[in-house]
Structures are given as C-alpha cells and as structure tokens.
Design a protein around this ligand. Structure first.
Ligand code: PHE
Length: 452
C-alpha cells in the first residue's frame, strides 16, 4: 500500500508547525522559564534550539522520509537487524506519557473557552482567577469531562487520516494565533510594571545557572517545544515526497516555534509582574495571568474567547501529531484500521490522564519523582529523559550509522554551504552536549571533573 502523502510542501510545513506550536510554547515555556529564573534560562534554551534542536529536527525528518515508516519501521527499513528501532518503542512510550497530560491541560483550555462563551470569566470571579483555577484542577469530575472532550476531538482528526484531517485546519489558525499573540504582547508591555517582566525575561541573572536542574530543564523544553525525539516529526517526514526540500522547511519551523515562545514570554511576564503573581508559580501561571490581562483590557471577553479558541486549536494540532506516532505503528504492525487504533490508543491515554488529573486533586499527595506530582513526573520522564534520549539516537543514527553522503542526500543538504556545519553539529556537538547534560543532571559530571 502506498503511503499517504501530504498534498503539498506547504501542507507538510503547516502540519509540522502545527505540531511544534502548542501548549509547549505558551503554557510550558512560560512556567518553565519562570521556575528557572528567566533570562539565563532563555539563553540556554535558545542555544539548545540552534545547536541541538534544529539539527535534530532535520535529522528526524530525514530518517522518516528516507525510511518511509513509523518510528519503529523507519529504523527497521533503513538498518534491518540493527537495534536502532528499539528507540522507536521509547518514542511510543513518550507519546503515551505526553498526550496523557497534554490532553488534561488542553482540557483546561477548553474549559476556559467555555467560560468565555457563557460569560463566567468576563469579570473577575470571586477570589480571583487563581482560586478559580485551583478549584477547577482539584475538582474530581469537571477537568475529566474536558479532558475526555479534547481526547475525542484528537481521535476524530487522527482517524480521518493525516492529510484531510491535519493539513487544512492549520492554514487559518496558525497565522491567526500569531497575530493574536503579537497584539497581546503589545498590550502586555504597556501595563504598569511591565519593565520588571521584560527584565526578568531578557536580562540574564547568571546566578540561576548555578542551579543544576536549569540545563536539563532548558534541554527538555527545547525538545518538547520542537516536538522532536518522539518520532512525530519522523512520522510526518515519512508522508513527505522526495521531491520537496527539507532544510528550508526545517529552519522555518524551528524559528517560527522559537519566536512563538519568545512572544508568549513577552505576553506573560510583564503581566505576571503587573499583577504581582510569582513567576515561579508553576503550571498554573498562564491560566491565572492571561484571564487577568483579559479582564483589564477593552473587549477582553472577545479577546479571551478568541485566545482560548486558538490555544485549544493549536493544542489539537500538536496532540494529533502525538497520537499519530503510536497509531501509525499499530496500524502497520497489527494491520488494525486507523479507526480502531486511534480509538484504542486514545482511550488508554484518556485513562492515564484520569490519574494525571486526580493527581492535582484528591491524589495531590502522590509524588513519583522527588516532590513531583503525577503530571510533573510524567512530564519529567518524557520531556527531560525520553525526548533527549530519542534525539541522541536520531543524531547518532544520522552521524554514525549513515555514511556522510547518505546523510547529505537524505536531508537534501548535499549542495548546501552549511552542510558541514549541520553534519558537525549532528555527529559530535549534539550527542556530546546531550550526554554532558545528562551526566551533569545526575551529578556525575562534577564527580568526573573532580577526578581530574
Ligand atoms: N511541541 C508541542 C507543543 O509545543 C508538544 C509536543 C511535544 C508535540 C512532543 C509532539 C511531541 O505544544
């Protein structure tokens, strides 16, 4: 059976951008940057995006397109009998972990959207948005309803197939979200006290770099935001025809995704300071800050409605790319229909998400990794460990399994002036950096250095 193909290069780019831009840029970026001290974190994150993220993104697309398969199949087609494909199973694991909590958070966004439709959030609720948010996420049932709804939406797009389902929606909504974010950034910067927020985001406070967890946090954020290391971009690459050229698309997607994150920072941090919220409030940051902005601005109800509509759609286009990873694998491996695979996989993720959601209410005492609740632990394992490990395998595959010319040919880099820059990054720099950050995060690096 011929593989389904994107209708055009633009269709592919929109789908890949749709995957990259989502809760990661707005919700996750701002709270992780806030927890890790702002400016210095931003610099690390940018460094990782350019030194590791974009080169790995190009490699992940190349493996998918050259291997013409899902996360497991692409490796098997390219290197039969070698163990590379085992990384594919880790990618499938990442998809289960990520979508289970992603869908819960996207469910919050849908809930907010609903409250902008019915008018509840037009005015500051009793106790403010902070208390309202807390009572939402700790409720036993409400978030589950919205989580279920989001999962049903995701499943219904994935079961219609990537092309019809994914390609079209992004054409309108991505540009709309960009315009909205820029307008909000301008408004936010005009708030009293905005300067403090901009300083927090752009003026590096070097002392935060002594915090060992900052490095892995920035690496995980770069991977999560670019959707790399899981195999989603590999799967999307496998639907791209050999005629299209990869490098320009890759750079476009990488820069676009990063610009979205920075703009979200410019929207959120000035408002955080203007409203006296702590930048390190964690996952609640966006859900408390943004409604605060909307409540103050003219036509805030319309803006709030539009914003949460666009955020929900951006989350949907990311969620689709996550669900697509196991679905592409199961449909091939067990010959299941798309409908059955997406229904089954989506339902399992829904059940896992129930644990995530209750982990913020009745089970909030349950901690898995360190002090982290269920959601933060799943996020930590997926984003800070599995995705960078998946990226490490991708880099090693392209740098060391493939011959140089194969790598250039598969990535359409053969005639690019920058081919050796990319190749050097993927063969040496990215793998070394990832390994060093892993060692550093478990304290092994300082131990090794002390031996010298
Ligand atoms: N990049 C997506 C976002 O920013 C989330 C995602 C992570 C998608 C990992 C695929 C893989 O929302």
């Amino acid at each position: 059976m011929a593989r389904e193909k994107w209708a055009s290069k633009l269709g592919f780019m929109l789908a890949a951008m749709g995957s990259a831009v989502g809760l990661g840029n707005i919700w996750r970026f701002s709270y992780v940057a806030g927890e890790n001290g702002g400016g210095a974190f931003l610099l690390l994150y940018l460094g990782f995006v350019f030194l590791i993220g974009i080169p790995v993104l190009l490699s992940e697309f190349s493996i998918g397109r050259q291997g013409q398969g899902d996360v497991v199949g692409a490796y098997q087609n390219l290197a039969p009998k070698k163990p590379w494909y085992l990384a594919g199973f880790m990618g499938i694991g990442s998809a289960f972990l990520i979508l289970s909590f992603y869908s819960v958070v996207a469910g919050w966004s849908l809930y907010y959207l609903w409250n902008y439709i019915n008018g509840t959030f037009w005015v500051l609720p009793n106790g403010g948005y902070g208390a309202t948010f807390q009572s939402l996420i700790s409720n036993n049932y409400t978030p589950l309803f919205w989580h279920a709804l989001f999962m049903v939406l995701t499943i219904s797009v994935v079961l219609t197939g990537v092309r019809q389902g994914i390609e079209k929606a992004n054409k309108i909504f991505m540009p709309a979200l960009a315009v909205m974010m820029i307008a909000l950034a301008i408004y936010s910067v005009s708030l009293d006290g905005a300067m403090e927020g901009l300083k927090f985001l752009f003026q590096p406070n070097w002392s935060s770099l002594t915090e060992p967890s900052v490095y892995l946090g920035a690496l995980g954020q770069a991977f999560f935001s670019l959707s790399i290391g899981m195999g989603g971009m590999m799967t999307y690459g496998s639907y791209l025809s050999k005629k299209e050229s990869l490098p320009s698309a890759t750079v476009g997607i990488g820069i676009m995704d990063t610009v979205f994150a920075i703009i979200s920072g410019i929207v959120i941090f000035p408002a955080v300071y203007a409203f006296g919220i702590s930048p390190s409030s964690g996952p609640s940051l966006v859900f408390i800050t943004l409604p605060g902005i909307f409540a103050e601005m003219p036509f805030g109800n319309v803006v709030g409605f539009t914003f949460f509509l666009l955020l929900s759609i951006a989350s949907l286009s990311s969620a689709i790319s996550i669900l697509e990873v196991p679905v592409a694998y199961f449909t091939r491996k067990f010959n299941w229909s798309r409908t059955f695979s997406s229904g089954l996989v989506g339902s399992i993720m829904f059940v896992l998400g129930i644990f995530v959601s209750l982990g913020m209410g009745i089970w909030s005492g349950v901690t898995i990794i360190g002090e982290n609740n269920i959601m933060d632990s799943m996020d930590y394992i997926a984003s800070n460990i599995f995705l960078p490990l998946g990226g490490l395998v991708i880099a090693l595959f392209v740098g060391w399994q493939w011959k140089k010319d194969e790598a250039f040919q598969a990535s359409d880099m053969a005639t690019s002036k920058l081919r050796f820059v990319w190749y050097g990054l993927i063969k040496f720099v990215a793998p070394l950096l990832i390994i060093i950050i892993f060692l550093q995060s478990v304290g092994l690096l300082s131990w090794l250095l002390s031996l010298l």
